[in-house]
Design a protein around this ligand. Structure first.
Ligand code: NOJ
Length: 478
């Protein structure tokens, strides 16, 4: 399967490249920048939503599953992106948002019975805080996210038909598959019973209010698989990547129908060798992990793990077995920003969505107009400056993309000094020093790739360093 070890580049369309000077990225802009992705060596790009939307959640509130929002361009522009990508050997993934629509989707008016209603709210909580219910005309509708995102009722066969139709639409236009949004929220308790009080931790970070509840009725219903099977039926053997916000121990019913699920345990792990080792161990107990360390919801490698660790984080992301997802800008170590003068996202995620920095100009080459969010530091961090510098983060990421094709299959976690994460991929060993001090490296052969000069010297890993080397002494395997 093409995606088995693929690297998928996440494009956040609003912030990638503006082609018409309105300060918002668009499909023509993406087309213009495809050479960057081909040069980098990724296999595919995933487009965060481009559907018509009132943009209360920047496209994750879909008002028409079979169109393109005019701010991003047209269906023709979309077809051009798919064709231009294909010419460069790149596949395109779309983002499908099956759990909820926009409150402005005509379905909400025309088919209220496609949504989930109650006479009184229960105790379910919205992911963004507060109750998951809002009132309308004397009744309450469910919204697992913002009130502008009413939840669809996947137990209604008409909803299933409509969504299958939407899924087929883009497959027929030549996409390679979907990233499936918030899929653990697809089916809930059919009787809409309260979430009971929590008896165990959820297993992934949740809000303080959510942590008090077991969250067993508001999501992840036992019959979720039946809905996923319908999605699978619509897309055939095209790729389905699940955004399943559950610990990996609960992935099984999802992986019966989806191909892979994002490994949130690693995404949300502290930069600590022991914690990351546990997360990798858990997520690789069965096949199906898709690796991701940053995206438009959680922030960037360089900021979350610290600037000093960004290179080692990229090395880890791109040497684990299975598909890896790289967020735009991480290849140059772009940092999160402060957001803009105006706050757009009520959940505070603007800071992860600043425009891509292509060159040192004030807008980073993103737009000829006024960018919707300002560039963060294009004079310091940009594609152009790093392009031909063999020591740049961009060159490291490009080299990693080449090197990952040479790694052996499987994964074996290795014993290592405290603070060092080490694993074998066939006859290659990977070692990452997660600390700010020198650490003994696991014994190994010649270095084939390092995060910087002197990463490994005389058996010692430099602070924050990562290396790929050849050869493994048998006694090291743990
Ligand atoms: C996950 C998406 O990544 C996020 O941006 C969005 O707010 C929620 N799902 C709701 O669709």
């Amino acid at each position: 399967m093409w995606w088995q070890d693929a690297v998928v580049y996440q494009v956040y369309p609003r912030s990638f490249q503006d082609s018409d000077g309105d300060g918002i990225g668009d499909l023509r802009g993406i087309e213009q920048r495809l050479d960057h992705l081909a040069w980098l060596g990724v296999d595919a790009l995933w487009l965060s939503p481009i559907y018509p939307s009132p943009m209360h959640d920047f496209g994750y509130d879909v008002a028409d599953y079979k169109g393109v929002d005019p701010v991003f361009g047209s269906l023709d522009d979309f077809d051009r992106v798919v064709d231009a990508a294909r010419e460069r050997g790149l596949r395109v993934l779309m983002d499908v948002v099956p759990c909820h629509t926009s409150i402005e989707h005509p379905w909400f008016r025309e088919h209220p019975d496609w949504y989930i209603w109650r006479d009184e709210p229960n105790n379910w909580l919205s992911a963004f805080g507060g109750p998951a219910w809002s009132s309308l005309n004397g009744r309450w509708y469910l919204h697992s996210f913002y009130p502008e995102q009413p939840d669809l009722d996947w137990r209604n066969p008409e909803v299933v038909d409509a969504m299958q139709d939407a899924l087929r639409f883009w497959i027929e236009r030549g996409i390679a598959g979907y990233r499936v949004d918030a899929i653990d929220r697809l089916l809930k308790d059919p009787e809409l019973r309260d979430d009971p009080p929590a008896s165990d931790p959820y297993g992934l970070p949740v809000s303080d209010d959510e942590a008090k509840l077991a969250l067993t009725n508001s999501r992840n219903a036992p019959d979720t698989g039946s809905a996923l099977a319908k999605m699978r039926e619509a897309v055939g053997d095209h790729l389905l990547v699940g955004e399943v916000y559950l610990p990996s121990a609960k992935w099984q019913p999802y992986l019966e129908h989806l191909d892979v699920a994002f490994a949130f345990e690693l995404l949300l792990a502290d930069w600590d060798a022991a914690v990351m080792r546990r997360a990798i161990e858990g997520s690789t107990r069965r096949p199906g992990a898709a690796w991701v360390l940053s995206n438009h919801d959680f922030g960037r490698l360089g900021t979350r793990f610290g600037h000093a660790n960004a290179r080692a984080a990229a090395l880890m992301l791109l040497t684990l077995p299975g598909p890896a997802f790289l967020y735009q800008g991480d290849e140059i170590g772009q940092a999160d920003g402060p957001g803009g003068e105006r706050a757009y996202d009520r959940a505070g995620r603007d800071r992860f969505r600043h425009p891509m920095q292509w060159d040192p100009s004030s807008t980073g080459g993103f737009t000829s107009g006024e960018p919707w969010l300002p560039a963060v530091d294009p004079e310091r961090t940009n594609v152009e400056a790093q392009h031909d510098d063999p020591r740049s983060m961009l060159s490291l990421v490009r080299d990693l993309l080449t090197q990952r094709r040479l790694l052996g299959g499987g994964l074996e976690l290795l014993d290592a000094a405290p603070g060092v994460l080490a694993y074998a991929r066939g006859d290659h060993a990977i070692a990452i020093n997660t600390t700010g001090e020198e650490r003994p490296a696991p014994a190994s052969g010649d270095v084939v790739l390092e995060t910087g000069p002197g990463a490994l010297r005389k058996g010692t890993l430099a602070p924050h360093a990562g290396v790929i080397s050849m050869g493994l002494p048998g006694s090291q395997k743990g």
